[in-house]
Write a protein that binds this ligand. Structure first.
Ligand SMILES: [Fe+2]
Ligand SMILES: [Fe+2]
Length: 375
């Protein structure tokens, strides 16, 4: 995250100082001291021990995923959030913000807070790894993508992004997966849950204005804001499954605690964004034909699409001989990390990255997927 904070002059409050210290200075030298205070004494058993290779691999993959999340959330925050001392950089795009606010007037605040959360996730995970003698995740050498050049971005970061928000192909089937009372992907791996916005799954679309030319016509910039509105829950439902899936293979109880404490915050993100996505105004983008349907009207609507059905519908869990249960799904643990890499790659989030980037991510994922629970 050094690049994120390079050249920025922001007032320091306590939280910012802690973050800047962790991100801009050497995590290796600072992290052990994080655990030396009163809090650390509550967990002396683990601060003095080293992590098993498997537990370290689980946390390191999570840290890498959080670095990637932070990178694109920062891009959202620059243009559509609230740049401040907690999440510095950018000055906002008023036309984009106005359209995001059609989904919810608190949208910029939620972007800011989600971004703040992700930065703390990877910073904590990396600091914990270092404090326990394990290598942190670091993807800095791949910060080379151009990103948006629209007014409002942090110009110091043009050409330094890890992720690409401008050519997204979104699998919006989580919408119907969480509304289904008959199918669970863990029990029905071949069942095809219908897409909420089929067009988003069949093309490449930007979720941020790429340049100021994207700020009009009105329906175009609204379609971009709607794409962001569906991208956010699409990402967060992934984290919502990743953490409980990985937790099943943690050996150390404190590593388990970390995974099951971060995971539910991803669920809170997902729940918030899935509610906002339902407010995306139905429309067709005149520049490319991208259509957002009215999810409450025929041929959509009903239990499968109705926008206010945002609580997870009870579904089969573990065995169809057991009663239905309202749960996160999927949570099958085998191959989950590689599954996440494939999911994010298919989304187009890494469009423009070289093969070396995918090799590094694959290595991290395979190590995490090889971890086994030692009792
Ligand atoms: Fe996160
Ligand atoms: Fe997240």
């Amino acid at each position: 995250m050094k690049n994120l904070l390079d050249g920025l002059s922001v007032p320091l409050n306590r939280r910012t100082f802690a973050k800047k210290s962790l991100m801009a200075a050497s995590v290796a030298t600072l992290a052990p001291s994080l655990l030396k205070g009163k809090d650390a004494q509550e967990s002396t058993a683990t601060t003095s021990s080293t992590l098993s290779a498997g537990d370290a691999a689980l946390l390191r993959f999570a840290a890498a995923a959080e670095i990637l999340e932070s990178d694109f959330w920062v891009q959202y925050n620059e243009l559509g959030g609230i740049p401040d001392s907690e999440v510095p950089g950018g000055s906002g795009s008023p036309a984009y913000i106005e359209k995001l606010e059609n989904l919810d007037e608190d949208f910029p605040q939620y972007i800011h807070d989600n971004t703040d959360d992700e930065i703390t996730h990877f910073t904590f995970l990396n600091a914990y790894l270092v404090a326990h003698g394990a290598a942190p995740a670091n993807l800095d050498k791949f910060r080379t993508l151009e990103g948006s050049t629209a007014t409002g971005v942090n110009t110091a970061l043009i050409g330094k992004r890890l992720t690409n928000l401008t050519q997204l192909t979104l699998d919006t089937s989580w919408w119907t997966r969480y509304r289904s009372d008959k199918h669970n992907p863990d029990l029905d791996p071949n069942f095809k849950f219908p897409q909420a916005v089929p067009d988003l799954h069949n093309g490449q679309f930007t979720a941020i204005p790429r340049t100021d030319a994207d700020l009009e016509p009105d329906a175009h910039i609204q379609a971009i804001a709607n794409t962001a509105g569906f991208h956010m829950p699409t990402i967060e439902q992934g984290g919502n499954s990743l953490y409980p899936s990985m937790a099943q293979r943690a050996s150390n109880v404190e590593v388990l605690r970390i995974l099951i404490s971060i995971g539910p915050t991803e669920t809170m993100h997902f729940q918030t964004w899935s509610d906002k996505a339902g407010n995306a105004p139905p429309l067709t983008d005149p520049t490319n034909g991208l259509t957002f349907p009215d999810l409450n009207a025929s041929p959509f609507g009903g239990e499968t699409f109705q926008t206010n059905l945002i609580m997870p519908e009870p579904c089969p869990f573990l065995s169809r001989s057991l009663p239905p249960c309202s749960i996160i799904r999927p949570t099958k643990t085998e191959g989950v990390a590689m599954g996440v890499v494939k999911f994010l790659t298919a989304m187009g989030l890494f469009m423009g990255q070289p093969s070396a980037f995918f090799e590094v991510l694959t290595e991290l994922a395979m190590a995490a997927d090889a971890a086994t629970r030692q009792c």
